[in-house]
Structure formats: C-alpha cells, structure tokens
Design a protein around this ligand. Structure first.
Ligand code: PBG
Length: 327
C-alpha cells in the first residue's frame, strides 16, 4: 500500500468549523422560519400549555409583543391560531368580523405592516364545540361540501382582517378551490393560499389539542387526514391543490415524513413548507428536560434535516428562538 493511500479523504473538509461552514450544503436562515402563535379570547394573562413548555396561549396584548420580538429576530412569518371564548356547532367565531383571529390580525397588521408575512390557519376545529374540522351531520359524519362553504367565509373574514396568506388545514376535498374562488369574488385576488396539502392523521398533533383546546369530543380525524402508511397519495393531494390554485404546499408533520417532503419537493415548482408540529416540539422538550438529549443541538439538527429533505419554509415553535440564535 503506497504512503499516499487513500487519495480521497472526505475528512479534509470536515477538519475545522470554518471548513464545515464553507462546505455546508444546507443552511437555516431566520427568513425561512415561520412561527405558529396561539391567541385566546378573553384571557387576562398568557396561559401556559403544559405539554408544550415555553409556548403559551397569548392574550391580544402579549401576542403583539411576542410577534414584534419574533419579527425583530428575523422570522419569515407568523401563522396565527385562535381560541374563541364561545364555540358552537358551526364554528361561528371563525368568521365573525370581531372574532379573535380577525381582531388579533388587525392588531398585528397595524403593528407590523409589511415587515412580515401574516398567515392564518384556516380550519374550524378550534371554533366548534365538537372539536371537528367541519360541519358534522346528525349521524356524526363530516359534511365535506357544507364545510367548504364555511371555509370560504372564514377565508374572506381572515383576508379582510389582514391575512396575506391563508392556510387551509382541514383536509376537505376541494377546499383550496372553494377558498380561491371566494377570495377572488370578494376582491382578495392578492391573498395567497398555502395548502396543508399533505396532512397525515398523526399522533404528533397531541399537544396541539391542548394548545388550541380542540380535542374532538367523539371520533378522530382519520376520515379526512391521510393514513401514515401512504406516500403516493401525497402527490395526488399536492397536484389537486395546485390545480385548485394553491400558491404553496405544505407537508405535515415534518420529522417523521422527510421522505414525503423530498418527493413533493422533487415533483413541484412552488415553495414547499413543512410543519414541525406540537408533538415533535414536545418530544425534544421532554427529553431535554430529563437531560437525555442536548436541547439546542437537537433543535438545530431537526430543523436542518427538514430543510435538507427539501422544505423551503419550516413552520416551527422554535422559529423565534432559532432566528435569534442564528442572529
Ligand atoms: C387544524 C390544525 C391542527 C394542527 C394545525 N392545524 C390539528 C389537527 O389537525 O388535528 C396541528 C399543529 C401541531 O400539532 O402543532 N386546525
């Protein structure tokens, strides 16, 4: 064996932090991160969420402050979730002009102007007394087409209050088309749609049910959200949403679905988002609290992996913290 062997030494480029930085294939940037925020109607103090340490249900005032700080840190956008004081069967508070999401949007739009991208989750589950994402029939099924009419109205209310992007997350068939046409008819041609196109029926949403107070009172979401066993179906959902007018598409959850993010990224020419959901956050926090994982490293590795899989935009509860760390 000659003294020169081996000629190829991949370790040369890993030798110093500077070399590793120079040759990194993927980077996290604050502008790629979107912060999901919860705002609760009629609460005097921010409410902690026990399964998501560090995340709160904001008051309107505390939301303004935290949103301002996140934007200062450089996050690319904010996606808003609302918890109304009163819920009913059709989720009336979701499209009420003075509903909590609309009120909070107006606050943020006036504080932040065009300095960030204001997005809204567009669904009914936070607003219905049964916790389902749509209109429930007497036999307990979700009525797809009656739900579309509600989504259309919610989209118009959110756009009127200042949402630049609406993100329908209810997995009803035809939701993007119904929303696009309602927005256009109401003069909101410039409001974009980020489809939660690929949304699995996932146990990783567990902590969110506490955060948004939307655990279904009966049944589950498996009749409309996707089976974790399926992959090809995701492309079908993505292409349907694009045909209906989606401007961007999302894969959710992120960490357990990196293969799906990659397949979607390779198949489309629009921005692809991925959502690191509440359960992904809770797992990192729980393990770190026990001293079982290095919290900061795990956060950064989980996020760069989602970027490496192909996501252009990452929704994460760590957005503001990581944006600050990246400086
Ligand atoms: C529906 C919605 C959910 C999440 C975002 N939008 C819950 C669900 O579909 O059951 C989950 C987000 C998370 O777990 O962080 N409004």
């Amino acid at each position: 064996m000659s003294a020169q062997f081996p000629v190829a030494r991949p370790r040369r480029l890993r030798r110093t932090p500077a070399l590793r930085r120079l040759t990194a294939e993927n980077r996290l940037a604050p502008a790629d991160l979107v912060l999901p925020m919860f705002v609760k109607e009629g609460t005097a103090e921010p409410q902690p969420i026990s399964s998501m340490p560090g995340v709160v249900q904001h008051t309107r005032e505390s939301l303004r402050k935290a949103a301002h700080e996140a934007v200062e840190a450089g996050v690319g956008g904010i996606i808003l979730f609302g918890i109304p004081a009163v819920k009913d069967g059709v989720g009336s508070a979701a499209d009420a002009p003075d509903g909590i999401v609309q009120a909070a949007l107006r606050d943020l739009a006036s504080d932040l102007g065009d300095s960030t991208v204001l997005m809204t989750d567009l669904c009914l589950d936070e607003f219905t007394d049964h916790g389902h994402c749509g209109i429930v029939t007497p036999s307990g099924e979700i009525d797809n087409d009656a739900t579309l009419e509600r989504y259309a109205s919610v989209a118009v209310a959110q756009a009127a209050a200042g949402a630049a992007v609406v993100a329908p997350s209810g997995m009803m068939d035809g939701q993007v088309g119904a929303i696009r046409s309602a927005l256009d008819s109401a003069g909101h041609q410039d409001v974009s749609i980020l489809g939660y196109s690929v949304k699995y029926a996932s146990a990783y949403y567990g902590p969110f049910r506490e955060a948004a107070e939307c655990a279904p009172t009966f049944g589950d979401r498996a009749s409309h959200q996707q089976d974790p066993a399926n992959a090809d179906e995701s492309l079908r959902e993505v292409f349907l949403d694009l045909d209906e007018g989606a401007d961007m598409v999302m894969v959710k959850p992120a960490g357990a679905y990196l293969d799906i993010i990659r397949r979607v990224r390779d198949a489309v020419d629009v921005p692809v988002a991925a959502y690191q959901v509440s359960g992904e956050y809770a797992m990192i926090e729980a393990a770190a609290a026990n001293g079982w994982l290095d919290r900061d490293r795990t956060i950064m590795e989980s996020l760069v992996s989602i970027r490496r899989a192909g996501a252009d935009i990452v929704l994460t509860y760590y957005a503001a913290e990581v944006a600050r760390r990246l400086g």
